[in-house]
Design a protein around this ligand. Sequence first.
Ligand code: ADP
Length: 589
Amino acid sequence: MNIKTKISLGLFFLFAVILIVGGISIYYLREISDDAKNIIKANYESIEYMQGMTAALDSLERDSSSMMRLKKNLNAQEGNVTELGEMEETVRLANLVNELRKGYQDSVVLEIRQSIHKINDLNLKAIIHKNAIADETAHQATIYLIIIVTICFLVSFSFILNFPGYIANPIAQLTASIKAIANRNYEERLQFNRSDEFEELAQAFNSMAEKMDEYEHSNLANLLFEKKRIETIINRMNDPVIGLDDKRHIIFANTEAIELLNKKEEELVGHYAPDVAVTNDLLRRLIQDIAIHTLGSNGSILTSPSTLEKPDKPIKIYAHGKESYFTREIIPISITPTGEKIPVSIGTVILLKNITPFKELDLAKTNFIATISHELKTPIASLQMGAKLLQDQRVGSLNDEQSRIVQTVNDETQRLMKITGELLDMAQVETGNIKLNLTSVPANDLIEQAIEAVKFQAEQRHVQLHVEVPDKPSSVQADKDKTIWVLINFLTNAVRHSPENGEVYIHCTAEKERVKFSVKDSGMGIEPKHLEKIFDRFYRVPGSDPKKGTGLGLSICKEFIEAQRGTVSVNSEMGKGSEFSFSLVQAHT
Ligand code: ADP
């Protein structure tokens, strides 16, 4: 039976109960009321008539109208005979009254009184009897009503007791099951075992859960397949790849990475990377700075700008049976959950690129350059010597045209000498053959010697050199020759790029543990797009005079300064000039 029918039946039952109780109550009320009316009409009025006749009899000798009243009450009694034996007694009373009308006799009056008393008695007994019947009826009505009310109470009580649970229990069960489904427990099923709407609901729910279960499993299979596919792709990659979650646990490492780290997969995957790094130097270097690549609490990517702008230096690792070079790339991974705006960090991928072949080629190239420059130096020096002899006219006088040609040969050999010198310096730096002679050098000495070297050039271009040094000069921990070389390079560039009659400022300031040297010119400045490449090897600002310079000067400056644990930087504004600076570790004297 369905719930709708059950509720209808329950209400119908209540309605029927109200009708039955009402009907029975009305029926018995009418019965009792009829009994009361009957008593009043049939018996109580007869008693009243008899009282009237007794009063008339009492005043019969004094009052002439008493006979009339006697007769009137008798007539009324004759019309209200209701009880058994009352008729005979009323007829006898009428005969006696007729006899009394003929003449007053005490004996007749006595008999009339006796007869009145008898009728009274009959009616009183009838009243008592009828009252007993009415009582009985009321009692019966009470019992019936009590029985019906008790039945109704029991039925309603059991209804009240059971019905809320009958409705609420399956709803509670359904709610719990929906919650289970929401928690991805698709194996949840409903079991009601009743034949109503809830059973249908349970069937519908179960079929939904079954479909979701199937979907989940098919999805899971797809996900597993895709996971496998990605794992295979990562494993097939020739470059080592390591994945970390946002708490720096290793979530995957491909075959190349495992081989490189010289660990077993199970020693890596699932472990906290800094813990593994305790026993693995390479991993320690690889996870360095990872924390600063993760997301901040407000969702912003906290990536150290210096790390991003400047790629990591190649890491030397013994791999594939030889010394290999790898560059490290750190890729922070973040996702924006659906419905949210702020990205959440889910981890980091460390990608290593094997640059050994390039490094080898580079080394071969550098060695080649070094050899060639070295080999060229001697013939160039001979050329220079030859040109010098010709210029000095030691081997005969030259005419103007010949002097001009010899001058050009001299200039060009000087330029060749400078280029080969720079190439050799660069090769020295690159091959790591740079030999530093670090001593404590007063900053002023460096500046003075550099100025001395460029003074002539500056005068020729009418460029004024201004030196601004602190009253208390500092000393730096530096290789004197190389640092002067750098300062000369900055100054030569500054003079060369300043207009005629321009000004060049040389500053020297002590900052914390460092001393900063800067050379500021009033030239045309450098466009921002060139600034970031200006320290690269062979980079020249487009449009630079091809006859002057090689694009190597600034890159060698950088290498020289960085080899001394210093830093170089440049600031430039178009139309206003450029400022090239470097800072070195202060020497404690
Ligand atoms: P080069 O030997 O060609 O001058 P550098 O490495 O010294 O090579 O300089 C690289 C480039 O930077 C050059 O092309 C030059 O135009 C530019 N440059 C260097 N210094 C300055 C400066 N003070 N003002 C403007 N441009 C400069």
